[in-house]
Design a protein around this ligand. Sequence first.
Ligand SMILES: [Zn+2]
Length: 192
Amino acid sequence: MRRGRKPSRELSYRDKKIVNRLNSSFDTMSRVAKKYGVSKQRIYQILIRAKELGVVVNRPRLLARHHGIHQCGVCGKILQVAEKDDLITKRQLSQMLGIDHEVCSWHLNQLKVSGFVSKKFATMRSDRLAKALHYYRYSSLSPSVVGRKFGYKNFYSLLSYQKKRGIEVERTLNLPIAGILEPEDRIPAIHP
Ligand SMILES: [Zn+2]
């Protein structure tokens, strides 16, 4: 790589000005490049870096083409999580990776737009529901028991709703259910 990578977690004063300029005017990149005495290529790099740092940049389509997902550490980490689990909120994802929420969302979006990650991944809205579904999937308790544990009266319908929107909520455990559970814990025949 030609350019030296700055370890800084913030844009420089000049780079911020460049981003603001591009966001708030109709100036072309070449024009802004000229004005600040840098190359057009450098402007791209600044915008990409700004985006990666969670700064709002109003040129998303342009940048999407220039984001090297295969070289990106954040995208790599998100892919690892996505392989293992989809029952997660964006907040949980960014916490898990220890990165800023906005930064995380941006990279996640890059992965979705380019088809690396299912559009359904990390679309849960509620941390509590994500945890409950997760728990349900890996336990052998009935929906009503799991619901009660997490404070949901209508857990069964939440389950069907998630299924309907294409979220995988099937259980992965192959435990023999009958015999090892309390009667209360058995999967109910039918639920209203
Ligand atoms: Zn990335």
